[in-house]
Every structure is written in C-alpha cells, then in structure tokens.
Ligand binder design. Sequence first.
Ligand code: PBG
Length: 331
Amino acid sequence: MSTFPQTRLRRLRHDAATRQLCQETHLHVSQLIYPVFIIEGKNLREEIESMPGIERLSVDQLILEAAQLCDLNIPAIALFPVIEGELKSSHGNEAYNPNGLVQRAVRALKAEFPHLMVITDVALDPYTESGQDGICDANGEILNDETVSILVEQALSHAEAGADMVAPSDMMDGRIGAVREALESAGFFNTKILAYSAKYASNFYGPFRDAVNSSGYLQGKGKETYQMNFGNSDEAIREVKLDIEEGADIVMVKPAGLYLDVIHRVKKECGLPTFAYQVSGEYAMLMAAAENGWLDEKKAALESLLCIRRAGANAILTYFAKKAAIWLREE
Ligand code: PBG
C-alpha cells in the first residue's frame, strides 16, 4: 500500500486538465428528460407559483417548446396533463379517451418531431375525482386489479397515439405485466415500458400536485397504501425485480436526490437501464434557495444532477433539463 508522500491525492486535483481527465462521471445533455405540464386551450402558458420557471402549456405552445428541446439536443419529453374537473370521474375513464389531451399532444408531437422521444404517464390521478392514482371504493381503499384494467386501456391509447415509451407511475401490483401483455397482443412490440418501480410516498411531490391541480382533490389524503415507505430499500429491489420479470425495459427510482442509495443498489444489483426522477420538490427547494441568493442556481443544480448520475442513474427526469442543456453547452 502506498503512503504519503508517494501518494498525494491532491496531485490529481492540482489543475483543471488533471481534474477533468480523472473525473469518473459526467453529465451530458443526452441523459436528460424534460417533464412538461400540458393544458387544454390555445396559446396558453401558465406559471406555476411553486415551480419558478416552469409553465403549463397548451398543445400549440408544447410544439414550440419541443422545437427548443430538439435544438438543445434533449432526447426525450415526459407529458403530464392537467385535466378539467368535469372530465374527472370515479373510474377515470377519460384516461383512455383516444382524443384526450395526452393522446392529442402525443400525435401532434410525433407528427412534428418524430425523433423526439415521447414518454407518457400511466396513472389515473389526473382523471379521478379522488386525485388518487387508482379507483377508490366507498371506504377510500384503492382497488388494485380494477385499476390495472383501466391502466392497460390508458397505456394502449398512448401507444396508439404514437408514444415511444409508456411510464406506469401508479404503483399498482401487476400492472407492468398486464401492460406488456396488452402491448404485445396489439402489436406494439417496440413500445417501451419505463416502470416507476421504486416510487416512494414522498413529501416532495407537493409542487407537482399544485401544477396538475390535484392537491384539492386529494383532500389531505396520502398515497402510502401503494407508494413505497421511504424507510425501505430491500423492498425497492423486490419491486424492481418483479417489474423486470413482468417485462419492464427500464426502471425508475423516484425521488432522486434523497434516494441516491436506492439508485445505487438498483443499478448494482439489477443492472438494467435505471432512470431517476428529480421531482418537483427537489426543484422547488433549489429554486427557492437560488432566488433568495443562498445558493448558486447553476452550480447547485448541475451538482445535484451529476451526483444522481454518480449514484448510478443512466438518465434523469428533471425540471432543470432545459437550463442544464444550456449550461452544459456554455462549459
Ligand atoms: C402521479 C405522479 C406524481 C408525480 C409524477 N406522477 C405525483 C404523485 O404521485 O402524487 C410527481 C412528480 C414530481 O413531483 O415532480 N402519478
């Protein structure tokens, strides 16, 4: 074993060239996915108070946004709809309306930008009166198998519209297998499934629920009967392994920054492409500190993303994607 002064680890940090050449992990624009909130209407861009710099976009504005993403070489976009109250129901049937907001947005995007990957969210929370990701019975219990059969319809309608990747974020048991089987039977052999395998019942989704107006519908209720207990990581490995067996192509850990150990374990122990979702609350925290002048936005955000990569994530869904693409270009 070499010791001081044969080994001086500071030699490797002495100058910029050495630091660069010895850097183990990099962040590249090709690893970024931009989540976008979409609304009905024309020529609309609505600010979201708890997510400075992020807006809800009508489909025409989404197309303009997508053009920018393509210019920046961001490879993928993930869509999250805001659904009007009158379209919500107990069973969330609007989720698979072939002419629903998501389905129209996917068609418009794929027609204009065939190479921009479009990822759709498979879950019922925008569509249910309860704001829950699944169907509720009279006692407020979330019904697993009934929900899965609707999720299957939803995923199929996204694939029919042209979605490249469907992303079940609902955490029902057995949904990956059911969606895979339905996609295969319908001939969608190349539609990828990004499984939100280890999605935690986190307190960091608040700004997202503001963005999609679902907080009011939830009436203070949580999602801990289906999303994971954040004290657990062995269970995350079980979830991921099940989803792999059921046919997931890629798995996801969510949130990201507080769950780096989970990302690391999933990548090491399961070895398939692993994505991480830097969620709305993580974005809001960084932005709040930056707006107060307490953190440098660019430096702190790029560090947060690089560290998620270091933990083992192949790609990251992040509200910083656009800004990060520009910052990385500047470097
Ligand atoms: C719901 C869904 C949520 C997010 C993505 N899909 C919130 C939730 O589970 O209530 C959160 C993303 C974020 O906070 O940025 N299917």
